[in-house]
Write a protein that binds this ligand. Sequence first.
Ligand SMILES: [Zn+2]
Length: 328
Amino acid sequence: MGIDPEKSPLVKKVFELYATGNYPLHSLANWCVEHNLKGNKNNKISISSLQKILQNIFYIGLMKFKGEVFEATHEPLISKKLFDTVQEVMAKRGKKKDIRKHHFAFLGLLSCGYCGCAITAEIQKGHHYYHCTKKKGPCQEKHYLREEQLTEQIKNFLQKVSLSSQDTGKVLAALDSEQEQAKQQAKVKVENLKKQLSQVETKLAKLLDVFLADALSTEEYAAKKQEFITQKVSLKEEITDFEQKGLSWLEPAREFVLSLNQASKLVETENKEEMTTFLKNIGSNHILRNRQLIFSPKIPFNLVAERSEASHQNLTFPYWCPREESNL
Ligand SMILES: [Zn+2]
């Protein structure tokens, strides 16, 4: 078993390119297609087989048999030095990908409060640190923020907009009864409007009878008819309004209450990935400045946070409730 003499210069080039660190596996696979380098069965070289090639000691003149390494009879295609560099690049790349995927929970949430660049993270002495990428050039933000401190700041905010599960239950029940009440009121109102509507319809029918009996001029008939038709249209509109739009504030209110409850759960579970999602959902412009997380919460969350800040206590039902606000 030797190395295909036609392929060997290309395979050697693959090692050299990968060793530069500028060619991730997928772009190297594209390079193979462009240079017509194919696999054993004349098929396209996949990313995984490319990885196998780059790790295969066959190319430095060795062979593995039952877990043991032997010197092969064929001439090595590449130097051991090049092979080792390739292994180093691959280990680094794998690690980098792994870290991005699993460990830095707040990555993608923040930008720098000075230059606007993205905030990145790295590990130092076993701790995660967040800092400016400085991609736009020098930045006056010199600080690194430890993940534990960032988590504390986030929890501090979450605490201010937390509603316990018990109180959430109470508020949801209150909203339900509010909805029931509103429905009843709407029903009575709609019945009333429908009565008025049928009266107008009767008037319209009578008007036609009177006109047909020649008791009205065409002008008088037209004017009266227009009056009744206009009444009819606005009554119908009012009915639709009461049936459909009357309760439009309830769903957003429910969602809001549930998200306050989610905040309280996040404080308990400390699920950092979910904290990131939560913060993105309820606000914008998340920045890091002088080791401080700053962002603009959406208005209701802002109100709740400010109120609980002013009262120095957690939210309690029903004092946070927007509908109670006017009574305070
Ligand atoms: Zn910056």
